[in-house]
Ligand binder design. Structure first.
Ligand code: ZN
Ligand code: MN
Length: 256
């Protein structure tokens, strides 16, 4: 099987693959953000990268190195900025990074790009970067196509419902909780501290935000709903549903 990680192949190999196969290039985006006491700070990029790599294997694509920083953590979906270790970008920086990478890939001749977002708060800034890149490149690369996804959207009710006996809390509260912990047990089990699984939440937030951000109202563990019940087998189920769904979408959208 050929290497999918772009930073592990030479420019010569890369150029040949782009010319010969016109591969889809995946760009994983994440964050450096607390995910409770049991998970590492890099979960969002690790998971989007794992999804991108597995899907790239299935569609014979390539994966650009992930963006390991993301937009500012928000209390109601990531616990917020008050935790040590959470290290975030201003929106303009994130927009610039994503736009720069898309422009460079297009310069290489890549015309099909998939941005795999693993951090809720990135969504609209990644979207803006894609919009600006597509507008900027409309004359030089009019056939450029970019697919953007929050990877968890490929995991539907049929997969999720049986995994949550008390009901799925929603993706915003799935922070450091059962889904992310199960996925990490599947792809990076050595990085999960199973003896520290928090059983918080689901967190009860007001329906508004106040700035500057403050820590009150956020569970002290940083997790927004329980991680109890997380298992590698559940992670494998979710992971396969996501990669299958994304591979199908890529083939469907990029064959046109
Ligand atoms: Zn996360
Ligand atoms: Mn996040």
């Amino acid at each position: 099987m050929s290497e999918v990680m772009m930073d592990r192949i030479s420019w010569v190999t890369y150029e040949a693959r782009v010319k010969r196969d016109a591969p889809v290039v995946f760009l994983p985006v994440g964050a450096l953000e607390q995910h409770g006491p049991h998970l590492p700070l890099g979960v969002d990029a690790m998971l989007s990268t794992a999804v991108a790599a597995e899907t790239a294997r299935r569609v014979d694509g390539l994966v650009a190195p992930p963006l390991n920083y993301g937009y500012k953590s928000q209390a109601r979906c990531g616990g917020g900025q008050t935790f040590p270790g959470t290290t975030s970008l201003d929106a303009a920086s994130l927009i610039g990074l994503v736009q720069d990478v898309i422009r460079e890939l297009a310069r290489h001749g890549v015309r099909r790009i998939v941005v795999v977002d693993g951090h809720f708060e990135n969504q609209w800034f990644v979207t803006e970067a894609i919009e600006l890149a597509v507008r900027e490149l409309r004359h030089d690369a009019p056939d450029l196509r970019v697919l953007r996804t929050e990877y968890w959207d490929f995991c539907g009710k049929a997969v999720l419902d049986p995994l949550y006996p008390d009901g799925f809390p929603g993706h915003a509260l799935e922070h450091g909780a059962l889904m992310e912990t199960s996925l990490m047990l599947h792809v990076h089990p050595e990085l999960v501290a199973l003896d520290q699984l928090p059983d918080d939440g689901p967190a009860a937030f007001e329906c508004y935000d106040v700035y500057p951000q403050r820590a009150d109202g956020v569970p002290p563990s940083g997790v927004l709903s329980s991680a109890k019940g997380a298992e590698a087998d559940k992670g494998a189920l979710i992971f396969d549903a996501v990669c299958s769904g994304l591979a199908d979408a890529v083939l469907r959208e990029f064959q046109r």
